[in-house]
Design a protein around this ligand. Sequence first.
Ligand code: UD1
Length: 419
Amino acid sequence: MDTILIRGGASLKGTIPISGAKNATLPALAATLLTSEKVHLSNIPHLADVTTMLELLGQQGAALTVDEKLGVEIDNRGVNNFCAPYDLVSTMRASILVMGPMLARYGQAEISMPGGCAIGSRPVNLHIQGLRAMGADISLGDGYIRAKAKRLKGAKIYLEPVTVTGTENLLMAATLADGVTILENAAREPEVVDLANMLISMGAKIQGAGSSTITVEGVEELHGTDHDIIPDRIETATFIIAAAITGGDVLLTNTQSEYLAVPIENFRQVGVDISLEGEGSMRVRGNGGLKAIDLQTSPYPGFPTDIQAQMLVLNSVSEGISTVTETIFENRFMHVSELQRLGADIKIQGNSVRVRGVDKLIGAPVMATDLRASASLVLAGLAAQGETLISRVYHLDRGYERIEEKLLALGADIKRLSE
Ligand code: UD1
């Protein structure tokens, strides 16, 4: 298994392009199942989770043409297998996203039940309830969700709590349903809007994406499209923090500041100098004098749970005591004990943590526990004195494209050690 070795202390300088968003790519790939025509997707990030989704589509009979630069073309005419097996779903919960499209277009889907994961129990009851409300016949047994429907019917569905992939699954299913579907308390994340835009370009009739109520008028069929994936706001935020805590000066390109309005405001409150440099670029300067702030995670447009772990690192190297509260996932503080190994002063109190800023972090061997936790360890390693050796970096590879290469290009002392 690969490890990443970082010698902290280098100030990051230079320009780095942000990759396409993982969480927009996965539903976009699933959405290709809604049509028999070819779909071309560009700005696809090279990530383990994307490979897993491509593998899943391939197993179902899709013909895939992958071009490193141009993206991927998917031809679903040959799809004849409607199962998402345990080995794929267990490595990536987002495999559940194929359920809605498969059911809507082929009338059947058999999906391995996603189990628990490092950040909590993460049920899929709302996906199931929503599809049942649309007339699907769903049974659970032997670890599988088995769903059947002649043609799904439009329905009014209230989602509580707000769920991102739940909204996406039902949105995709509703595009081919008979009648009108209204999703209430829908997720408003930019990735949901990106999916809706792609579906609209395929002929779907969708209104309200980006608001809490999405209305979909089902159509008989969808056609192919060419869709460019939006930039990854979580990667963007991770690089903003990297520049800030190393006293760097970094230009981030190919990104979108509007997807990060709240976090950018929060980073500025801490004292990070962020200037928006026109179309898709932002310059981040870490000028020291950082002051920790209190915040809590919440669904979009609030502060994303996917940046909470990285935020703990920013607060840890800032002056003062702060409280960060996690409201989305029950157990998303696995990174705290690893950050403590690097000298962070963080105490867990229920679903909050209390962070006392320290003068310096000191390198140590640490272990990645989940995707965003791994990013926080990389950040901490960049700011720490001495060497940090991160193991289990396969978590990192699920969601960050060539992170060590990008950081190396910015002057970090970082390398991947392969065994
Ligand atoms: C998505 C993102 C993930 C992000 C998360 C929250 C993808 C591929 N992943 O995950 O990176 O951290 O949103 O922003 O886009 N819930 C239920 N029942 C359900 C579904 C969800 O109770 O059927 C609960 C969850 O346990 C959690 C909350 O709803 O407490 C939000 O989870 P959800 O938005 O569904 O997360 P994902 O879509 O899995």
